[in-house]
Design a protein around this ligand. Sequence first.
Ligand code: BGC
Length: 253
Amino acid sequence: MEILGIDIGASGIKGAVVDVEQGVLTSGRYRLPTPQPSVPEDVGDVVGQVTRHFGWQGPIGCTFPAIIRDGVAYNAANVDESWVGTNGQKLFQRKTGCPVLLLNDADAAGIAEMEFGAGRGHDGVVFVLTLGTGIGSAIFVNRQLLPNAELGHLEIRGKDAEWRASTYARERKKLSYEEWAKALNEFLERLEFLFSPDLFILGGGISRKHDKFLHLLHTSRAQILPAQFFNQAGIVGAAMAAKALVLELFGNG
Ligand code: BGC
C-alpha cells in the first residue's frame, strides 16, 4: 500500500510516497521551504503544493512539530503562535482535497524506527529522541506508543532541554561535539533517572553524523543507538500512521 508522507519542520516541508508495508520511499523526496512566518494558511498552501507535485489523490500522513490531538495543535514552540488551537488536519484536508492524518513529528519518527529501523525487536521502555530545531520525543512501552510526550521541554537548570541540547543549540552556541555531548548527557541522565528506559534511539538529521558524537554519550544502564532513517523517519512514520485512515475509509477488503 502506498501513502503520501509529509513532514513539516521549522525550516522545510518534505514529502515522498511511501510503501507502508516495507517502510521505504517509492518516489524521490520533494522539499519546499517552510513559509516565514509559518502561519497556518501559508503552511497549508505549501502542503497543497507538495501534494500536487506528486499528482497525489489518496490518503496522506502528515507530521507537525507540536502536540497534536484529534488534528488540533496544542503548542507552538518552533512555529507561529497562531497554530495553537488550529485544526491542522482539517486545514490540510481542505488544501489538498485528500484525507489527512496529522500527528506529532517525533511520534511519526518513532513509529518508523520501531517498525523498520533501530527499534526493531526492542521491547521494554524505548525513547526515540529527534534532534533538530527542537528536541522531539516518542515513548514506547513494549512497542506501544505513548503519544505527545514533550520531553524536549523538560526544564534543565531553568531552561528547556531543547534550548540547551538540540542541533539548533549546537549551531547557535557554536559548540564543539564534545561541548554539545555534555549538554545532551545532562538531558539523557535526567531522563534515565526519571523513567529508567532500556533504550534511547537518537534521530534527526544529525544522526547521520553519529560517529562524531555517539562515543561521547553515556548513560548508566540504557543502551543508545543511532536512528536508521535519519531525517526520513518523519515521512515514513507519518505514512505508516495514516494506514489507520485507509482502513477506516475503505475497510479491510
Ligand atoms: C515541540 C515538539 C516537537 C519537537 C521536535 C518541540 O519544540 O514542542 O512537539 O516534536 O519540537 O520538532
